[in-house]
Design a protein around this ligand. Structure first.
Ligand SMILES: [Zn+2]
Length: 385
């Protein structure tokens, strides 16, 4: 078990440095495009000099390029070269898309650097002989960082992205375990009945965004997009924090959003941000020493959480059914809470590790499930594991 985790801090850079960063980003693009060109040319040669250029080769080829560049230094050039090589082998292509510096289709600015070239100086940071001031500087207090980057968002603002090491603050949660069912009506429902209701952030802002785009206020439209994304993230954050503070073992259903994105509910699905919520639970859980486990959620809506009989509503068609009564044991269930309870039961029996730092968990005792086989309608004991 590790006692520290790596998190990326994102700090907004103050506006006075934007012009410099912009110019540096153009130079980064030049280096990147040079790498693209030379590695494509080398890999498609027809003679015996054909070769795959590695990040190391590219670094050698660009050595001394700082003489011709006014802003970025050798460390940034080397980072660009290695990142380029990594990306190219990750996508298995002969070449990558050009980084465009100007015009409507320009790439968002990116200036990577190595850990040692960003230094503290008084209340500012020093990089490439220039002072940078960021908002919320106090978050960097007493932290060591690794190699990071300056990155630009769609609105045009610059952010300092720094991976830092954080200590795991292990604590004991007051409650044992919880299941979380992800849905559309409510983004998430826990087995104890807590809900994160869908904010419909995008639906609210949609008309305004469309209006702004029609009027040609592209920047304002992008700003509003960013605001919606932030609202969604904030809601997810608060919910996942409350879960992680309260429970030791957390089981989350694995809805596949790509499947639902193709249906009529696409916008609601994208608005719900399940993936984001799951990621937040994972990293916040990891930070607090919790175990976060993804559980296959098939049958979770259909099975009764009290007796296991599959008489519940299922499928997209029966989404309207919110509460139902089990035909076998007569218990009334809320659809989502029932699913979340099933997720806890299934998960505690056959969990697969995802975060890698699970504590030893006590297995919950579960009565054997009674399942009706689809063909002959006979009731039989059937273990789901
Ligand atoms: Zn039942």
């Amino acid at each position: 078990m590790t006692d520290s985790v790596t998190r990326t801090l994102k700090l907004k850079v103050r506006g006075e440095s934007y012009r410099w960063l912009q110019a540096a980003a153009v130079e980064v693009n030049q280096v990147f495009n040079y790498c693209n060109e030379i590695s494509f040319a080398t890999s498609t040669r027809t003679d015996r000099k054909r070769n795959w250029l590695s990040g190391f080769d590219l670094c050698n080829l660009t050595a001394g390029a700082t003489e011709y560049l006014d802003h970025i230094g050798a460390d940034t050039i080397q980072r660009v070269c290695t990142e380029y090589a990594q990306k190219r082998s990750a996508v298995k292509r002969l070449k990558l898309r050009w980084r465009v510096s100007r015009g409507a289709r320009r790439s968002l600015g990116w200036v990577p650097f190595k850990a040692a070239s960003l230094k503290r100086k008084g209340s500012a940071l020093r990089f490439c002989g220039k002072s940078f001031r960021v908002f919320e500087r106090e978050r960097l207090e007493g932290l060591r960082w690794q190699q990071g980057c300056f990155a630009q968002d769609a609105v045009g603002d610059w952010w300092l992205c720094l991976p830092v090491e954080l200590r795991i603050e292990e604590s004991v949660a007051p409650k044992e375990c919880v299941g979380i069912d992800l849905g559309i009506k409510a983004v998430a429902v826990t087995s104890d009945g807590e809900r994160l209701n869908a904010g419909h952030f995008y639906r609210h802002a949609e008309a305004r965004i469309a209006q702004l785009q029609r009027r040609g206020h592209r920047r304002q439209a992008k700003r509003l997009h960013r605001k919606v994304a932030r609202q969604r993230r904030d809601a997810c954050h608060k919910f996942s924090r409350s879960i992680v503070d309260c429970y030791q073992n957390i089981y989350v259903g694995d809805v596949s959003s790509p499947k639902l994105v193709r249906t009529r509910m696409a916008k609601s699905v994208l608005d719900a941000g399940w993936g984001q919520l799951r990621r937040m639970l994972q990293y916040q859980g990891e930070h607090a020493g919790r175990s976060v486990i993804i559980v296959d959620e098939s049958y979770t809506t259909r099975a009764c959480s009290s007796c296991g009989a599959p008489f519940g509503p299922s499928g997209l068609r029966l989404l309207v059914v919110r509460t139902w009564q089990c035909a076998l044991c007569g218990d009334w269930h809320d659809r989502d809470v029932n699913a979340a309870r099933n997720i806890v039961r299934f998960g505690s029996r056959c969990g697969t590790s995802v975060s890698g730092n699970e504590l030893v968990q006590e297995q919950l005792r579960v009565e054997p499930d009674i399942f009706v086989s689809a063909r002959d309608g006979r009731v039989s004991a059937y273990a789901l594991a």
